[in-house]
Design a binder for this molecule. Structure first.
Ligand code: PBG
Length: 346
């Protein structure tokens, strides 16, 4: 994909080409495909999955029709289906049996995600298994870091003490066999802390996909039902980014790259295409875009009511994400999309 390059036929020079008729190349489907600039390819898709304890559990998520909390056996079935459809990668989130104030479930070798990774890598060794590294699903208060007790820092999310727990979680995922770890907490310095911990534990080859520019977004609403991770008090605005800021996003990405990120992410996707475009253009790193829960649910809901053509709108929005610069497209619609892509024509 070319980004920011001039076609040579700028707006100013159009007058010199009085015979140019763009519709000539739109006359047939075959012609349109020949000159199509961007494609949505199945090998770029990542499917997020929610795993919880138990057997034969397939618990629907009310605000995300078609998405479920799955026990490991059901998760294997879901991943097998996705992989068979051509989806090359999954991104795992865990819902632990017990939450506490130090997110023990996040780094327990017997945690749900660690168990899911082991089984997935055993059954589907070719499937790329990415793990979300965060504490919010495992904390009783639902925040992404340690919360200060009585005193000056009461109720505040503490940055540096949190890094140690994130690093432990990442190492435990790598130990279980994760192909990539993806920190989504937005603490400062976490990529560096995770990189050092992985290296010290002998996982020098495990790449980090950093949620580098993650905005404090209302589009995460349905996810918080899915992952049972809504904060019990306050919000995430002291660690996730202000949606108004793009220059700051560039600094966040630069920092994460300096600390050792191998891939970077912009999240959410649709409302942040300008950020995505600039991140890809400026850094040229492998870049992921996360079409988050609210983006999925909006399109699903309108589709179910017959207000929008769900398939067409899904394809159009994710094509826009690719056009803006995403190499990897993380979407809850990945399996369905893989089927549509096989039918041809995108
Ligand atoms: C965990 C995390 C969240 C998402 C991914 N990782 C929720 C949040 O930050 O509140 C959101 C994903 C989605 O909405 O699909 N920190």
């Amino acid at each position: 994909m070319s980004l920011g390059t001039s076609s040579g036929l700028g707006r100013a020079s159009l007058g010199e080409y009085p015979t140019y008729r763009p519709r000539r190349l739109r006359q047939s489907a075959a012609l349109r495909r020949l000159v199509q600039e961007t494609r949505l390819e199945v090998q770029r898709l990542v499917l997020p999955l929610f795993v919880r304890a138990g057997r034969k559990v397939r618990r629907p998520i009310g605000s995300m029709p078609g998405v479920f909390q799955l026990s490991v056996d059901e998760l294997l079935r879901e991943a097998t289906g996705a992989f068979a459809a051509g989806v090359p990668a999954v991104l795992l989130f865990g819902i632990p049996e017990k939450k506490d104030e130090k997110a023990s479930g996040a780094y327990s070798p017997r945690g749900v995600v660690q168990e899911a990774v082991r089984q997935l890598k055993r059954e589907l060794p070719e499937l790329v298994v990415i793990t979300d590294v965060c504490l919010c699903e495992y904390m009783s208060h639902g925040h992404c870091g340690i919360v200060g007790g009585p005193g000056r820092a009461a109720g505040r999310v503490l940055n540096d003490p949190t890094l140690r727990l994130l690093a432990r979680a990442a190492v435990s995922h790598a130990e279980a066999g994760a192909d990539l770890v993806a920190p989504s907490d937005m603490m400062d310095g976490r990529v560096g802390a995770i990189r050092s911990a992985l290296d010290a534990a002998g996982h020098v080859e495990t790449p980090i996909l950093s949620y580098a520019a993650k905005f404090a977004s209302a589009f995460y609403g349905p996810f918080r039902e899915a992952a049972e991770s809504a904060p019990r008090f306050g919000d995430r605005r002291s660690y996730q980014m202000n949606p108004a800021n793009v220059e700051e996003a560039m600094r966040e990405v630069a920092l994460d790259i300096r600390e050792g990120a191998d891939l970077v992410m912009v999240k959410p996707a649709l409302a942040y295409l300008d950020v995505l475009y600039r991140v890809k253009a400026e850094f040229g790193y492998p870049t992921a875009a996360y079409a988050v829960s609210g983006e999925y649910s909006m399109i699903r809901a309108a589709g179910q009511r017959g207000w929008l053509d769900e398939k067409a709108v899904t394809i159009e929005t994710l094509l826009a994400v690719r056009r803006a610069g995403a190499d990897l497209v993380i979407t809850y619609a990945a399996t369905a999309l893989a089927g549509w892509l096989r039918e041809g024509g995108i």
